[in-house]
Design a binder for this molecule. Sequence first.
Ligand code: ZN
Length: 360
Amino acid sequence: MKKNLLSLLVCTKCRHNLKLAPFKTEKDEVVDGKLTCISCKREYPIINFIPRMLPDELIYDLVWKKNIKFLKKYGKKFKKSKKDFAKSFELTAKSKTSSSFGFEWKEFSEFHGIYKKQFLDWLSPFKPDMFKGKLVLDAGCGMGRHTMVASEYAKEIVGIDLSEAIDAAYKNLKGKKNVHLVQADIYNLPFKQVFDLAYSIGVIHHLPNPEKGFRHILRKVRPGGKIFVWIYGHEGNFVMVNLIEPFRKLITSRLPHQLLYYLCYPITALLEFSCAFYRVANALPIINSAAKYLPSNIYLLYISKFSFRHKLAIVFDFLSAPLARYYRKREFEKWFLHANLNAKIYPHNENSWKGLATVR
Ligand SMILES: [Zn+2]
């Protein structure tokens, strides 16, 4: 954790400032340490360079249980008793989502060259210039693929993720002077209302209550700042909504991740074959005028350029998510209207929506 991050942070519970107590530092960064709320005295560990600022109901499953070494070494420096640390908590829907994406981002933590282009496609028609000189929040950064691109433009950027993917993000973004990472929950963001721009790409539709997540991100943007969101669309997703969704809900999201990972290979091979078929159908004269009516034509042509491994990551992402919702344009528009914002909303690959609004 870079020490200047402290000025942006607040307690997730009472919104007061925090006091930093480093246990181990490396150059200007805190490797291990503790943040304590000056009011309610709630404590948040800093483990492996990352502040872990989760609410009580999540911190045991997602932080303490997974960082036993830190606990053994520094547990005594925290107020919680050993009994508190040891008690087990039932997994909530949120922590299930988190563990699913944690596996995904650890397994697929490599960067593909096409990620930059994909990020710019997601933003389009908006330009990355909108990040220039700005303090940016990446809400749900996963292994940091978007944070990496946005950091080329932003003055400073803070990436948050609920899952262990945040550790993969740290490895990918280590050494970037304008990047901060925090393990945090979108419903309990530990920040002041300071961001010039907050964005969330491909995350909110996996939350138990997506609109609530949107509102929580919005609260961290200063008046006059901007919010950008990309979500799954209902329109243009006939095959996903009607065929793949029931399969995900009933079967694949319940499978052990390792098993699902292997199952994704033959499914991705099938997808690869479909992409080849779509490419040929769109290239042949006469047939190509009919090809545009094929389901998800634009999307399959788009991903046909991706490597097998990248497609495998996409398939795993779809099939492992415990929760996913697909939004009609008018439903997405309502998020902005309910927040009294005028949004510019555009389709993306004819199967998803992106919206940008200025915060009042
Ligand atoms: Zn507090």
